[in-house]
Design a protein around this ligand. Structure first.
Ligand code: 13P
Length: 253
């Protein structure tokens, strides 16, 4: 059984003050929730405060939205995995489509980050997903395969057990246009097939999250699909009650 994992990607939202009031509210909604792994990935500036407030919570893990592929050095404006680990960050989102599209991240860069994240004891959430143009051209499976092979190059089956893959079709991110449960399931099954080629039987243990306009009203139908093991939530995670509702949709029945 793959434990469902629901992660909040706050993107470039939430000040420290907003984070403090969010967490108090959010915690009251998930007090009784069990059986789901919860991750919050705030902006870097809110990580230290959130870490202090969470105090090593087993229920809610801290995530980061990005990291650099070197441990230290002359990389102005970058954050290293050592800095994240010091603040008890457990997960790191790598290769989000916004990083790929707006900041030029390639599969090769994502792979360098993945290697260092694993060596640093961080659990990577590796994002893949096709654009609308690629889907319209019927190329989504090929695109996913290229991204997976490039981003996960050299990863051993043992390491892969700590990696989460997020399927985020670019056309569904922030657009309110969600992939249908059937479309998402088809893509997730394909991701698992590619993983099987890369890491054999371990593929069955890898959790694959769906991301792209996940909301309280569509979470249950997406999470009910056999290969959808969680969600990576942007906009809807900024609202504590709504995010908690998405998490509740993932509780094992
Ligand atoms: P939205 O939920 O806002 O569509 O964002 C999805 C996403 O990019 C999560 O990483």
């Amino acid at each position: 059984m793959r434990k469902k994992i629901i992660a909040a990607n706050w993107k470039m939202n939430m000040t420290v003050a907003e984070t403090v009031s969010y967490l108090e509210n959010f915690r009251s909604h998930v007090d009784e929730v069990n059986g789901v792994e919860i991750v919050i990935a705030p902006p870097f500036t809110a990580i230290a405060k959130l870490s202090e407030l969470l105090g090593g919570s087993q229920k809610i893990s801290l995530g980061a939205q990005n990291m650099h592929f070197e441990m230290s050095g002359a990389f102005t404006g970058e954050i290293s995995p050592a800095m994240l680990r010091e603040l008890f960050v457990r997960f790191v989102i790598l290769g989000h489509s916004e990083r790929r599209q707006l900041f030029g991240e390639t599969d090769a860069i994502v792979n360098k980050k993945l290697v260092l994240a694993l060596a640093s004891g961080l659990k990577p959430i590796v994002c893949v997903g096709e654009t609308l143009e690629e889907r319209d051209a019927g190329r989504e499976k090929e695109v996913l395969e290229t991204q997976l092979r490039g981003s996960l190059a050299g990863v051993t089956p043992e390491q892969m057990q700590t990696v989460v893959v997020a399927y985020e079709p670019v056309w569904a991110i922030g657009t309110g246009r969600t992939a249908s449960p059937e479309q998402a399931q088809e893509a997730h099954a394909h991701v698992r097939e590619v993983l099987k080629e890369l890491v054999g039987e371990t593929a069955a243990k890898v959790r694959i999250q769906y991301g792209g306009s996940v909301k309280p009203n569509n979470a249950a139908s997406l999470l009910g699909q056999p290969d959808i093991d969680g969600a990576l939530v942007g906009g809807a995670s900024l609202e504590p009650l709504g995010f908690a509702e998405i998490i509740k949709a993932a509780v094992p029945k």
